[in-house]
Design a protein around this ligand. Structure first.
Ligand code: TMP
Length: 208
């Protein structure tokens, strides 16, 4: 029996549809009586959003380790001031990206040592209860990105080879953590993906 809320993370590369799914899933969960908080990383609190501005600014040039430490600084504040309090109140927290993004982008993508990232994660000391990883081929992601309005942020400007390493990293994370992670084909219909996620959460809550 789960006595606190649930931390559910939604992960994946660029343009896989995480934000859309987060909104649909939150609506569906609220519709069935759950108390839901939606948030994102980097960000979620004023301090962490300020760090996000720096991280995503295309003008920012940072060593990969500095990038990693910055995202963990944002995460420490986010967990302390938003995620943990919400979980203590029994809420379901839906978070757009979390530690798996650091493993995939800074680790698999930029070559930062995975063990160091796991060590930093253990300092935060909060693992997700369930993680949905949206998987899309880098070619399809690139096609979706080219249809997007507005300027691309710093990570969206990385090369196709980087995007491929990130996508492979997410798949490896799903393979390594089969009890926590569900790998989902992001090319499927939006409603089908939402239903799959909703059902997995109900099962986690013991309400099949
Ligand atoms: P998004 O809001 O479009 O998902 O953008 C956040 C960007 O930040 C995305 O390109 C991935 C990047 N990011 C990392 O590189 N490492 C991380 O740990 C997190 C949370 C995000």
């Amino acid at each position: 029996m789960i006595s606190r809320g649930l931390l559910i993370t939604i992960e994946g590369g660029e343009a896989v549809g995480k934000s859309t799914q987060l909104l649909h899933l939150a609506e569906r969960l609220r519709g069935s009586g759950h108390c839901v908080v939606t948030t994102r990383e980097p960000g979620g609190t004023p301090g962490a959003e300020a760090i996000r501005e720096v991280m995503l600014d295309p003008a920012t040039v940072l060593d990969p380790l500095a990038d990693t430490l910055l995202v963990f600084a944002a995460r420490a504040d986010h967990v302390a001031h938003l995620i943990r309090p919400a979980l203590m109140q029994g809420k379901i927290v839906l978070c757009d990206r979390y530690v798996d993004s650091t493993l995939a982008y800074q680790g698999y993508g930029l070559g930062v040592d995975l063990m160091s990232i796991r060590l930093l994660s253990s300092m935060i000391g909060l693992d997700p209860d369930l993680t949905f990883i949206l998987d899309l081929s880098p070619d399809s992601a690139l096609a979706r990105l080219s249809n997007r309005q507005g300027a691309l942020d710093r990570y969206e400007r990385f090369t196709p080879a980087f995007a491929a390493r990130v996508a492979a990293g997410f798949r490896a994370i799903a393979m390594d953590n089969p009890d926590r992670c569900l790998l989902i084909d992001a090319a499927a219909e939006i409603e089908d993906i939402t239903r799959l996620m909703f059902d997995a959460i109900q099962t986690k809550l013991g309400r099949p």
